[in-house]
Ligand binder design. Structure first.
Ligand code: SF4
Length: 215
C-alpha cells in the first residue's frame, strides 16, 4: 500500500481556478507521457516509497487545508484514488491534476479534477482519453496547453465535440506554453472567436523562476 512520491511541498497554487491559494502539493513519481514542453521531467523517476499514513502525516505537518495531488501522472499509480479518498476523509479540500490519458472516474467525485487534454504540439495528443469529457463532474476543470494556432484549433474542436456547452458547466482553461506562445496572441484569438474560456497564465512562474517550486 505504498506510493512512489517525488516530493511534498507547500507553495502557491498556480494552475487552476484556485491559482493564488496556498496549497500542499503531493507530487507522485512517474508519467506515461513525454510532452515536448514538460517542465517536471525530474518527476519521471526517483522519489521515496511512502505509505498512505506517512503521506497524510507529512501533509498534516504543513498545516494547510488545501492539497493538490499531481505528478508526473498521478493515476498511473494504483493507490492514488485511495490516497485521495483518505485525504478527503480527513477533511482536506483536494485537487488532482491529470494528463487526461487515464480514466478519471476511479477518483472520488468530491476531488476536483483538472484534466489536461493534450494538444498536437505536445506530441502526445493521441494519448488523451476523450471519454473523460463525459466523466467530468460539474466542479471539474479542463485545460488545454496551447503552443501554436494548430493547438488552438484542436482545442476548439474538442470543445465542439461535447453535446452540452461544456464552457457553461465546467471551467475551461487555455494556457499558453510558457516561453513559446505569447499570452497576448492567445488572448487575441480567444477574443476574436468569443470563446467562453479562461486565459490561464501559470502564476507560480511569474512569482518565482520557472523551475522553482516556491517558498
Ligand atoms: S503529462 Fe505532464 S508530467 Fe507528463 S510529460 Fe506531459 S507535461 Fe510532463
Amino acid at each position: 500500500m505504498a506510493l512512489k512520491v517525488n516530493e511534498i511541498f507547500y507553495s502557491i497554487q498556480g494552475e487552476s481556478s484556485c491559482a493564488g491559494r496556498p496549497c500542499v502539493f503531493v507530487r507522485l513519481t512517474g508519467c506515461n507521457l513525454r510532452c515536448s514542453y514538460c517542465d517536471t521531467r525530474y518527476a519521471y523517476e526517483g522519489g521515496d516509497d511512502l505509505g498512505i499514513n506517512d503521506i497524510v502525516e507529512r501533509v498534516s505537518s504543513l498545516k494547510c487545508p488545501f492539497v493538490e495531488v499531481t505528478g508526473g501522472e498521478p493515476l498511473i499509480q494504483e493507490e492514488t484514488p485511495t490516497l485521495i479518498h483518505r485525504l478527503l476523509e480527513q477533511g482536506y479540500e483536494v485537487l488532482m491534476e491529470t494528463n487526461g490519458s487515464c480514466d478519471i472516474s476511479q477518483v472520488n467525485d468530491r476531488c476536483v479534477k483538472i484534466v489536461d487534454f493534450k494538444c498536437p504540439s505536445s506530441g502526445e495528443t493521441n494519448s488523451s482519453d476523450l471519454k473523460n469529457l463525459e466523466r467530468l463532474t460539474d466542479h471539474d476543470e479542463v485545460k488545454f496547453v496551447v503552443g501554436d494556432r494548430e493547438d488552438y484549433e484542436y482545442a476548439k474542436g474538442i470543445l465542439a465535440l461535447t453535446n452540452s456547452n461544456i464552457c457553461r458547466t465546467n471551467i475551461v482553461h487555455f494556457s499558453p506554453v510558457f516561453g513559446v506562445m505569447e499570452p497576448k496572441t492567445l488572448a487575441r484569438w480567444i477574443l476574436e472567436d468569443c470563446l467562453d474560456v479562461r486565459l490561464h497564465l501559470q502564476l507560480h512562474k511569474m512569482i518565482w523562476l520557472p523551475d522553482q517550486r516556491g517558498v
